[in-house]
Write a protein that binds this ligand. Structure first.
Ligand code: DX5
Ligand code: ZN
Length: 227
């Protein structure tokens, strides 16, 4: 895939029907999703548990496009190979997940997958500067990770602007994760983001039996993000 800063909407299946992941992934892609965002939580790094590599492998055949796996787990390194084998296209690890994020990013790259670096709202971008040659994406958390449906933290916009300057013309995506809605989408795009994760704002009002609202919601976020 050639690098582009065109806006990509990445619905998070954290807001999907957990008993119907396959159908939900097919539905969001049919309704206009660019990427599928998969939130892995371990009940240790974050105070919630979702699922692991076996579930990722099970949903992979139901995704025709790009599978964006966000690991909110610590430790990370022992599981990278399993998520790569499960079919992730990009694997993001958190800067805060351990003392050796540089090694973790090297390990992700060694699998042949794209590497993402996720940063919590309380984390600055000074250390990101030393990792840019190892990443394909920086994921700026605009909520504290662990749950969907939280309120967007506006103070993160300054961080996104600084990060965008720091990245310059390097082929590195900036992803925003948390609280993305039609109201906040234009703010994050103006600040420099190009990948917008949205859970509740995409899945609200729809279901596997009635997926049309997903398309309406994705189109509304995309329109709001088109400055
Ligand atoms: C939060 C997850 C997000 C979450 C976003 O820890 O990483 O991907 O699903 O959900 P919304 O869009 O509902 O804030
Ligand atoms: Zn996420």
């Amino acid at each position: 895939m050639t690098f582009s800063r065109q806006i990509k909407i990445a619905p998070s299946i954290l807001a999907a029907d957990f008993a119907n992941f396959g159908a939900e992934c097919r539905a969001i892609e049919a309704e206009g999703a660019d990427w599928v965002h998969v939130d892995v939580m371990d009940g240790h790094f974050v105070p919630n548990i979702t699922f692991g590599p076996a579930t990722c492998a099970a949903i992979r055949p139901h995704i025709t496009g790009f599978m964006d796996v966000h690991l909110m787990i610590a430790p990370v390194d022992a599981y990278i190979e399993a998520f790569a084998e499960a079919g992730a296209d990009l694997i993001s690890a958190h800067l805060e997940a351990g003392p050796h994020i540089h090694r973790t990013l090297q390990a992700i790259r060694a699998t042949g997958k794209k590497a993402g670096l996720a940063i919590n709202p309380g984390t600055g971008i000074d250390s990101v500067a030393h990792l840019l040659d190892l990443v394909d994406m920086v994921c700026v958390m605009t909520v504290n990770p662990g749950f969907g449906g939280q309120k967007f933290i506006h103070s993160q916009l300054d961080k996104v602007r600084s990060l965008r300057k720091m990245i310059g013309d390097r082929p590195i995506h900036i992803e925003i994760d948390g609280g993305v809605t039609v109201e906040t989408a234009p703010l994050v795009v103006a600040a420099g983001a190009d990948v917008l994760v949205a859970g509740s704002a995409v899945f609200k009002g729809g279901s596997v039996a009635n997926p049309a609202p997903y398309g309406v919601n994705i189109a509304a976020i995309r329109a709001a993000a088109t400055l």
